[in-house]
Design a protein around this ligand. Structure first.
Ligand SMILES: N[C@@H](CCC(=O)N[C@@H](CSC=O)C(=O)NCC(=O)O)C(=O)O
Length: 277
């Protein structure tokens, strides 16, 4: 691992690293916030999955999360949102597919199937690396925004026992039924919509073997609300399956990091409680 930068914040340290990833067959950059408590004991970790167009830096620069994480003694790991360094046809042409838009799936359609294995990267490879090299425990939680909210929810639903808690901001709840998801899943997974269901929160909720309570915040002034995010689909799926959901519709808030920064402390507290902090 190559240390790219080290910055003191809220009594802890934000460090950025580049490393070679086996999952995506190339270099990846991630950031980790380590609170001061990590200097004397191992601390649990929240994995934050960002949305379309993001890198590891959007959350660290805009969410305002580190003061609360420092108080709680919680580490936060922030991966990138796609592999970088390839140049497939169409990979860099649109904001909602290819680079910056890995959708946290394992692609099966060439050429993306060569490297776009963001699900394996965030669920397995990155936690293994983090737990080997940093003063953290194997107690993990996961959260994210929009495409990353979808990622957080599917990672938790597909991996019972792996996370202590899950939450999301404005998640793409039903990607098999919205334009962002249809475009990404066609390009990464192919035309068979049955295959897509294994990567859709609303589909996974029905058969989940672990029922971690979901905390979801959704801005009511979010431009993407009706066409892409569909919180009512999540509500219906949870109600049908008897899955606990706290869906907070926040009046006046949009899709931006201003919205995330307004409620991130509540999410950190939710995760801290589940992590025993
Ligand atoms: N560029 C697009 C919209 C891009 C956008 O809103 N990205 C969001 C995530 S959207 C879902 O995954 C984001 O977090 N952007 C980064 C930021 O720092 O705000 C457009 O122009 O509409």
């Amino acid at each position: 691992m190559e240390l790219l930068s080290s910055t003191k914040v809220s009594g802890g340290w934000l460090k950025r690293y580049r490393h070679e990833s086996l999952s995506v067959k190339g270099d990846m950059v991630f950031a980790i916030f380590l609170p001061a408590q990590a200097e004397s004991a191992s601390v649990p970790v929240l994995y934050w999955l960002s949305g379309l167009t993001c890198t590891d830096e959007n959350f660290s620069q805009k969410a305002g999360a580190f003061k609360k994480a420092a108080e709680l003694g919680l580490a936060i790991v922030m991966p990138d949102t796609s592999p970088r360094g390839t140049d497939y046809p169409g990979e860099h042409e649109s904001y909602d597919f290819g680079s910056g838009a890995g959708f946290y799936v394992n692609a099966t359609v060439a050429p993306y199937s060569n490297t776009y294995h963001m699900y394996d990267y965030v669920v397995k490879e990155l936690p293994t690396l983090v737990e080997e090299h940093f003063p953290v425990t194997d107690k993990r939680s996961i959260s994210g925004h929009s495409m990353g909210g979808h990622g957080a929810l599917i990672c938790a639903l597909k991996n019972p026992g792996r996370y202590q808690s899950v939450s999301a901001f404005a998640p793409i709840t039903n990607p098999t039924q919205c334009p962002w998801g249809e475009k990404a899943f066609t390009g990464y997974l192919g035309d068979d919509r049955e295959v897509w269901k294994a990567w859709d929160t609303c589909e996974l909720i029905a058969t989940a073997s672990e029922r971690l309570p979901l905390l979801v915040d959704q801005g009511e002034a979010d431009n993407f609300l009706e066409e892409q995010l569909k919180p009512e689909a999540l509500e219906q799926a949870c109600e049908k399956a008897g899955h606990e959901l706290t869906l907070r519709r926040q009046s006046g808030y949009d899709h931006s990091y201003f919205f995330i920064s307004s409620f991130i402390d509540d999410h950190l507290a939710h995760h801290a409680k589940a992590l025993g902090l």
